[in-house]
Design a protein around this ligand. Structure first.
Ligand code: ADP
Length: 422
């Protein structure tokens, strides 16, 4: 499974997990709201019981309606019933509001023997999810009828009411969750967009470099032939062409090798061998070159054998890159030191110079591909920012480490450590 799929799966699992947790919180919230509602209803029931216990204007009106005795009022029985139903509704609604319950309700007033005496104008009876709270009345009204009287409060669809109460919590958390999803999708999209762009750019550079290889090779051969045949006065010109072609060839090789290091796994040809002879050769070559270029070069190679499991060609070319850099980034009186020794079962390779140095803030960045320190006049030196990235990749492929120690203006020490094979 590739990284992208893992990311997407982790993302989907996390979001689903968050939704489930939110849902659980919602259920807990709903239950708490129900408990709270029941407490409030308990208080309301107590008040209603007390309010309907004694003879007062309301109970007298209700009593007249349920005993069908409308002689006290100059109204017919239906009007008395209608008025009682209306005022009882008002009374209940008022008590509910006093205890913080503001939701639709209906009621019925009936006796134990199922005789129905009074109903609210709208009735929720017969509805699903109906919640009933029967209140056994005491005092004046049951005594009037000489029967047990029950006032039943009915509420429908309370979940909607509870959800509305919890909206202050659920809606913001849903909005935040949606915002998180959007931001993550956006980040993932731009991340993979950029990754695709980098792959395309790398492919383009690699293809272009491949295409350049053949003409550069042909120019190299042609200039070699020309060097032999040309007149003495043109020889310097041809030599210049040859040096530049060699430089170009080196850069092309580096780009292609880097591409191979990034891509194919089987590119590395590791073998257990003594790396000391390769180091001595390399030091010897650089010494010769230093004499010609008037560079002070000294080396100290200590230890009998440097047994490594390595691709000697790649390691050699990595060390060469460090020596080249030491030369490139030192302006005058170039002094380069090369050290190789064994420490804690590791081969340590140190390249020291007395050059321009690297300020601390750039010391990590210089190992990034295409990165070049770009302050002041440092870059009269040509380069593509590939060398150190190339060195680091090779060292990493050998399970080693590379670090730089430097103070700006006071030279730089590049230190490679490689695990020994024995
Ligand atoms: P390039 O030399 O092509 O620019 P590198 O990857 O080799 O690419 O180096 C990256 C940057 O690190 C260089 O641009 C330079 O600023 C800095 N650098 C590398 N080696 C040294 C050194 N020995 N002394 C000072 N700066 C260095």
């Amino acid at each position: 499974m590739n990284g992208k799929k893992v990311f997407i799966i982790v993302f989907i699992i996390s979001i689903t997990g968050l939704l489930v947790v939110q849902y659980q919180y919602l259920l807990i919230g709903l239950n708490l709201a129900k408990v709270q509602f029941n407490q409030k209803i308990g208080l309301t029931v107590y008040d209603l019981k007390r309010g309907l216990e004694t003879q007062n204007e309301l109970t007298f009106l209700i009593g007249s309606a349920i005993t069908k005795d409308h002689s006290y009022f100059a109204l017919d029985l239906d009007s008395v019933k209608g008025a009682s139903s209306y005022f009882l509704n008002d009374f209940i609604s008022d008590k509910l509001l006093q205890h913080g319950i503001k939701t639709d309700f209906s009621y019925s007033l009936y006796a134990r023997d199922s005789t129905n005496y009074l109903n609210s104008t709208q009735s929720y009876l017969g509805e699903e999810t109906l919640l009933k709270y029967p209140i056994i009345l005491e005092g004046y009204l049951p005594q009037l009828l000489n029967k047990n009287l029950i006032l039943e409060l009915q509420f429908k669809n309370l979940n909607k009411y509870f959800l509305f109460k919890l909206n202050g919590v659920t809606i913001p958390s849903l909005i935040f969750l949606i915002a998180i999803v959007f931001v993550i999708i956006w980040v993932l999209k731009s991340f993979y967009g950029q990754k695709r762009f980098i792959t395309i750019t790398n492919d383009f550079i690699n293809n272009l470099t491949h295409e350049l290889k053949t003409p550069v090779f042909s120019i190299g051969i042609a200039s070699k032939i020309l060097q032999e045949k040309t007149k003495e006065e043109n020889k310097e010109l041809v030599r210049l062409i040859r040096t530049q072609v060699d430089r170009l060839k080196n850069q092309i090789e580096k780009v292609l090798e880097l591409a191979s290091l990034e891509g194919k796994k089987g590119f590395l040809k590791k073998k257990v061998l003594d790396f000391k002879p390769t180091i001595l050769n390399l030091v010897n070559d650089f010494e010769q070159l230093s004499k010609i270029e008037k560079i002070h070069f000294s080396s100290d190679v200590r230890g009998d054998h440097f047994t490594l499991n390595c691709d000697a060609y790649l390691l050699e070319s990595a060390i060469n890159s460090l020596l080249e850099n030491a030369k490139k980034y030192t302006k005058e009186n170039v002094e380069i030191k090369f050290l190789a020794y064994i420490e804690h079962n590791k081969l340590m390779i140190v390249v020291k110079d007395n050059g321009i140095g690297i300020s601390e803030k750039y010391q990590k960045k210089i190992f990034e591909k295409y990165y070049r320190v770009s302050n002041g006049d440092l870059h009269d030196v040509k380069g593509y920012g590939l060398g150190l990235n190339y060195v680091q990749r090779i060292v990493n492929l050998h399970k080693g480490k590379i670090i730089v120690k430097s103070t700006l203006g006071k030279g730089a020490d590049f230190i490679i450590s490689l695990p020994l094979a024995i």
